[in-house]
Design a binder for this molecule. Structure first.
Ligand code: C2E
Ligand code: CA
Ligand code: CA
Length: 645
């Protein structure tokens, strides 16, 4: 074969003139690249897990290999080669051995994402064997002058090179296992790996085609760059393929601005990451699920285990989301994971990426596990209302006006069985807001509690209740007492006792006209606090009611430690006692016990005559419910009492 016709790999002709097939440019570039990579890796934030060290080892090996290659090739081509023949042999061996170590370490590395742990031992022994055989074959080839050798006249002869076959074999097997187990990789990771492997292979082939050996080390560094980028410095994690939430906002604000349609599917799966690590089946099924359904979507990872899939909304999107949610249910059935899905289509009424996330969080709170919720216009309206309500609440709290007109006191009269009169009542809060009209506690109490506005509201209710009592007393209507609800958060305020005392005293009414309703505390510290507060304020004459008995984790012993005046049985207890004889027995027993211990028992939610008779038979002292009156504005209480007197 002559120059100008097909050049071939490792030909005798190329071997005859080593400088022809070797130019230092390739190795010099690789050396520079290794230094740059190394510096960047130690200077920047990359995922330094236990596999990270393999990337460093590979870089060092390529560095050694390139240096050795540079020296070997220069020496082999020089005129004094004969004199330095031993050094040439050693440098050549160093070059090839370190070069072949790179794909071997790459193979060790790649077993992790491909989850090939089972075959690791087998692989290690086979590799060691191949390695020993390759080095021996090379030595034999050199001795028999079939491989690389330097002849007596000092000329370098290249001949057969076992290492290039070994190198090709390892790369071949890497590419083979990557393709074979592609379902164990996220599709992005798979295409990333394949493209660097292919470029690396192509570089080898092309240089072979031109009878070159200058770029062997270069081809070797490409896959290393690939795994550093794919597994260690990637914005998405290669385990579930999510991008950090911080990428979500700019990306979607851009989409909103461009009026692009999209669908967001938010998913909370309890213990998903652990389950994924433990079950290969779950992992491959999840990847397959994503491949089928979310090809052009992006997954984002949010705090609290939330994963959000964003899909462009094309014509097919309705079918796609239906199919996805169906498949999701099926997946759940198989792997028994608790999930919550919220699906949200882009709409003109939501104008920022941040609002989409808040809307989804809002809908998520109202969605139970193992449920899928499609956000609709109603959700969006409620969500914006709740944002508006929260704004008003914050404003009320910061203004600290104890007469704030937006906070209304309603009250529900309580029937006293012994006196046959309505001599007490419970104050219940309402909000009167411009945009929404009257707002009920189930909507705003949780918002107020979560956003630290509740205490300001409670004090307004207390103040307005005290004033109403004073006005009634001044006008000659004797009301024995009105109870006001406080939440556990109120009790945590250091100023709680002082605030309550000052407001009652400021209105000039006896302390005994006010009762405080509190619910059972969940935590030990709240319980101790509650006990202290009750003891302190009771000394002044303020009464205490335990609210909603029977709804929490009722703990009889603990309740006994606090000197309550009245135990309010929640409506659920009444319902339970209506349902069965054993239920009735239980509720009756509780009520009897409280009574024996000098607590009074109040039944809430008495709706009709049957409820009333039932409660009377169960040791009730007080009755409250729609049967007697719905909650009414506190200004109307006087009329009610006059009518029923
Ligand atoms: P709660 O303290 O258990 O108040 C009783 C709730 O039961 C009231 O709901 C009342 O309207 C309702 N109710 C009364 N009679 C019946 C009946 O016969 N059947 C049925 N099914 N329900 C009846 P409301 O006013 O919507 O208040 C709900 C909850 O909001 C209250 O439950 C209380 O936990 C909280 N809340 C109300 N006002 C305040 C307040 O000023 N401060 C605090 N911290 N919480 C409040
Ligand atoms: Ca209450
Ligand atoms: Ca209650």
């Amino acid at each position: 074969m002559t120059n100008g016709t097909l050049p071939t790999l490792f030909t005798a002709e190329a071997a005859a003139d080593p400088m022809k097939k070797y130019m230092p440019i390739g190795d010099v570039t690789v050396l520079a690249l290794c230094i740059i990579l190394f510096m960047l890796l130690i200077q920047t934030f990359v995922r330094k897990d236990k596999y990270f060290k393999y990337t460093i080892i590979m870089i060092v090996l390529v560095y050694i290999s390139s240096t050795a290659s540079l020296m070997f090739n220069t020496l082999a081509a020089s005129d004094e080669a004969a004199a330095k023949s031993t050094a040439v042999y050693i440098l050549r061996l160093v070059h090839y051995v370190s070069l072949c170590m790179v794909p071997i370490i790459y193979t060790v590395y790649i077993q992790e994402p491909l989850r090939l742990h089972a075959s690791r031992k087998f692989f290690d022994s086979v590799t060691a064997a191949i390695f020993v055989i390759a080095v021996s074959v090379d030595l034999i080839m050199t001795r028999s002058h079939n491989g690389f050798y330097i002849s007596a006249d000092g000329t370098a002869h290249f001949g057969f090179n076992i290492f290039s076959y070994m190198y090709a074999m390892f790369y071949g097997s890497i590419i083979y296992s990557t393709i074979k187990h592609r379902d164990r990789l996220l599709s992005r990771v798979f295409s990333g790996l394949m493209s660097v492997n292919i470029v690396s292979l192509a570089t080898m082939l092309v240089q072979g085609f031109f009878g070159q050996t200058s770029y062997t080390n270069a081809a070797c560094i490409f896959p290393v760059i690939g795994i550093i980028y794919l597994f260690h410095s990637n914005p998405y994690d290669t385990e579930i393929g999510t991008v950090s939430e911080t990428f979500f906002y700019p990306e979607h604000d851009k989409r909103i601005e461009r009026k692009e349609q999209f669908v967001l599917i938010s998913c909370i799966i309890r213990g998903f990451l652990n389950a994924l690590r433990e079950s290969n089946d779950l992992m491959t099924e999840s990847y397959a699920f994503l491949r089928r359904n979310a090809r052009n979507g992006v997954l984002y990872r949010f705090p609290d285990d939330r994963i959000l899939l964003s899909l462009p909304a094309d014509a097919n999107i309705e079918n796609l989301t239906r199919r996805m949610t169906d498949e999701f249910k099926e997946l759940y059935e198989r792997f028994r994971l608790d999930y919550k899905l919220v699906v949200c289509r882009s709409t003109r009424s939501v104008t920022s990426a941040k609002d989409y996330i808040k809307l989804i969080e809002y809908a998520e709170k109202n969605t139970a596990f193992t449920n899928i919720h499609y956000i609709d216009e109603n959700d969006i309206n409620d969500f914006y209302d709740s944002g508006y309500i929260l704004g008003e609440l914050a404003e009320i709290a910061s203004r600290r006006d104890l007469d704030d007109p937006r906070v209304l006191v309603y009250c529900q009269p309580v029937y006293n069985i012994r006196t046959g009169k309505y001599d007490t009542a419970e104050a219940l809060m309402r909000l009167q807001l411009d945009k929404t009209g009257i707002v009920y506690p189930d909507v705003f109490i949780p918002l107020a509690e979560q956003n630290n506005c509740i205490h300001a509201l409670s004090l307004i209710i207390l103040n307005k209740t005290c004033r109403a009592i004073r006005e009634m007393l001044e006008n000659g209507y004797d009301i024995q007492r009105i109870s006001v609800n406080f939440s556990a958060i109120d009790l945590r305020y250091g100023s709680f006792c002082g605030d309550v005392k000052n407001i009652i005293a400021g209105n000039g009414i006896p302390f005994g006209k006010i009762a405080v309703e509190i619910t059972e505390s969940r935590s030990e510290s709240d319980f101790n606090l509650m006990k202290q507060r009750v003891i302190e304020l009771r000394q002044l004459g303020i009464k205490f009611y335990l609210d909603d008995f029977g709804t929490g984790y009722s703990n009889f012993e603990r309740i006994m430690e606090i000197p309550f005046d009245i135990i309010k049985f929640d409506r659920s207890m009444l319902i339970e006692s209506n349902r069965s004889e054993s239920g009735e027995f239980m509720v009756k027993t509780f009520a009897g016990m409280f009574k024996k211990l000098n607590y009074s028992v109040l039944f809430e939610g008495v709706e009709d005559d049957r409820d009333e008779q039932h409660c009377i038979g169960m040791q009730a002292s007080y009755l409250q419910g729609y049967k007697y009156s719905r909650p009414i504005p506190i200004e109307n209480l006087r009329d009610f009492l006059t009518r029923t007197a």
